[in-house]
Design a protein around this ligand. Structure first.
Ligand SMILES: C[S@@+](CC[C@H](N)C(=O)[O-])C[C@H]1O[C@@H](n2cnc3c(N)ncnc32)[C@H](O)[C@@H]1O
Length: 272
């Protein structure tokens, strides 16, 4: 799948809600982890890579993203992070990695069984893979987005546009990393995001899942506006504002932590 055009301001509008999951993920990192090489892949606007640099100032921290717009924002951070424009599906680090963070990015990538195996393979012995992905396909708001895209004058232009696909079952991720890793910990949880503002679910989706549709319709503003208006109505009915004015969005997410075994070949620390 090709990553669509991103809008850092729109994405960061719901920063507090979006950050909750990565904080929960990072809280589970092994206490004895003392990384030298750290990569945040699909780092977006770079705030989590910067956080990792502050946590381990002696480590070489890299942030990889395929969006120049997201990286431009990342580069404005004061932290000494190596920002890299590139595709995580083609990524081959020069040195074995002690910590790979992939927060809300791998759902845009394809062939997860191979991808996760490859990520486990570039870890140094004892290195950790830490992933969080939205389980978005199954959610009501994604179903409504797909239905609306398939029904209206925009239909022909949106047909075949890739948006987030279903994840593997949790067992599929376990199988992908189990022979290279130990301490494989996979869990899921549903957050009830409390969103402020008008058309809150639509605005949330404009930051992420709707990006491919917005990109596909960007040259016809009349059709784009009509599509967004219809989707806003549909989402507004499905997710009505509560009496005090906020909107509730249930959002399930899948987490994976896996630690590279010390007794399997690739990713040796020699030569550092
Ligand atoms: C939802 S944002 C998450 C950003 C950041 N990890 C965070 O948690 O704030 C997804 C990010 O993944 C990046 N991305 C998607 N596919 C990618 C790919 N194939 N290679 C590199 N980055 C990718 C996008 O450009 C975007 O910045």
């Amino acid at each position: 799948m090709t990553s669509p055009a991103w809008d850092p301001q729109q994405y960061n509008r719901f920063e507090r809600q979006r950050d909750r999951a990565v904080i929960d993920l990072l809280a589970q990192l092994p206490r004895d982890l003392d990384p030298h090489e750290v990569w945040d892949i699909g780092c977006g606007t770079g705030r989590h890579a910067a956080l990792l640099k502050r946590r381990w100032p002696g480590a070489r921290v890299h942030g990889l993203d395929s969006s120049a717009a997201m990286l431009e924002q990342a580069r404005s951070l004061p932290d000494a992070v190596d920002w890299v424009l590139g595709d995580l599906q083609m990524w081959e680090p020069e040195a074995p990695v002690d910590l790979i963070l992939a927060n809300a990015s791998l759902q845009w990538a394809s062939d997860h069984a191979n991808l996760f195996r490859r990520l486990a393979a570039v870890l140094a012995p004892g290195g950790v893979l830490a992933v969080q992905m939205p389980m978005a396909w199954e959610t009501r708001h994604h179903a409504l987005m797909r239905q609306t895209a398939a029904d209206g004058p925009w239909r022909a232009r949106l047909k075949g546009v890739d948006t987030i696909q279903p994840l593997l079952a949790a067992e599929g991720y376990y199988d992908a990393v189990a022979d290279l890793c130990e301490d494989v910990d996979i869990w899921s949880t549903t957050y009830l995001h409390v969103l402020e503002g008008e058309d809150a679910v639509l605005e949330w989706m404009k930051g992420t899942a709707l990006r491919p549709y917005l990109t596909a319709l960007c040259e016809d503003s009349a059709i784009l506006d009509a599509f967004l208006m219809r989707l806003g109505q549909v989402l507004g009915q499905a997710f009505p504002k509560r009496p005090e004015g906020r909107t509730l969005l249930p959002f399930p997410r899948l987490f994976l932590l896996a630690r590279r075994r010390s007794d399997v070949g690739e990713g040796s620390r020699q030569g550092r």
